[in-house]
Design a protein around this ligand. Structure first.
Ligand code: ADP
Ligand code: TYD
Length: 246
């Protein structure tokens, strides 16, 4: 294309990349299926709202209209032959939409965003579970997520067997209600062991961001632990020079 100017143009960054760090507080929840993430998110959202915070709750995959369609494709056990790279691409497609439509606007408005799963899930499940490795996931995160890292990640690592039993029981109930989200739960224990190990690796690599809640404690006990953690982080983020809520 002689004379075409487009390839000489400077790189155009997406708004997400140029807007800098938004003002709100971005908190993600991670763990194996059935580790209690959605239970704790519901409770934490209520506790934060009672304390006067503006809270947005979302999840991945899903959380937007486009994301819900991607979620159905990813999780429906009738989806056959999905290549691990396709799966990886769909996870990040969903994430890019969630960031653009829900997460970034909420953070820009100074809200606290509670997100059920984020890039750590992709690193653990596709990087670890599917064996694609961390590097490709971290590169895609860098390129597609506009540098949006969580302020805090709560990693719920209940016992391995117990998590799977809970998830299967819950999905059994969902299936009888007409929802089919079993594709990942059909994986074997070795898959989940790789996911679990990768989560541990992430926590060891990023101890400042990732807080691990270990063991099989009660829902109420874990909730109190999380509230304490989040309050401390929110207070810290409001200190001069820290920038969040912010
Ligand atoms: P996730 O969102 O991580 O898949 P859920 O919050 O849906 O997990 O929890 C899965 C199941 O385990 C639910 O039936 C929930 O009531 C139960 N559960 C969650 N946390 C605990 C806990 N600490 N102890 C016992 N049961 C729990
Ligand atoms: P979800 O229903 O939120 O998990 P849970 O069963 O813990 O409530 O998530 C659906 C599945 O998608 C779960 O098995 C983990 C998987 N997943 C990935 O493999 N990669 C990802 O990037 C994300 C966000 C989820």
């Amino acid at each position: 294309m002689p004379g075409a100017a487009w390839f000489r143009m400077p790189v155009v960054y997406t708004p997400a990349m140029t807007q800098g760090r938004p003002r709100g507080f971005f908190l993600t929840f991670e763990g194996l299926d059935g580790s209690g993430k959605s239970t704790q998110i519901r409770r934490l959202a209520a506790a934060l709202e009672t304390r006067g915070h503006a809270v947005t709750v979302t999840r991945q995959p899903g959380g937007t209209r486009v994301g819900d369609r991607i979620r159905a494709l990813l999780l429906d056990s009738r989806t056959e032959g999905l290549d691990p790279m396709t799966e990886l691409g769909l996870m990040f497609s969903d994430r890019a939409q969630g960031i653009a439509e829900v997460i970034r606007p909420a953070l820009e408005a100074g809200r606290i965003v509670l997100c059920d799963r984020y890039t750590d899930s992709t690193e653990a499940y596709q990087g670890g579970g599917r064996g694609l490795g961390s590097e490709i996931v971290l590169r895609m995160h860098e390129n597609l997520c506009g540098g949006l890292d969580p302020d805090l990640t709560i990693l719920l690592l209940a016992g391995f067997e117990r998590s799977l039993t809970r998830a299967r029981r819950r999905n059994g109930r969902a299936a009888s209600a007409g929802q089919d989200e079993n594709r990942f739960e059909a994986e074997d224990a070795a898959f989940y062991r790789r996911v679990y190990d990768k989560y541990r690796e992430i926590a060891a690599r990023e101890p400042d961001r990732v807080e691990v809640i270990e063991g099989d404690k009660s829902i109420a006990f874990i909730h109190q632990e999380i509230v304490k953690l989040v309050e401390a982080r929110l207070a810290r983020s409001r200190e001069p020079g820290q920038g969040a809520e912010r």
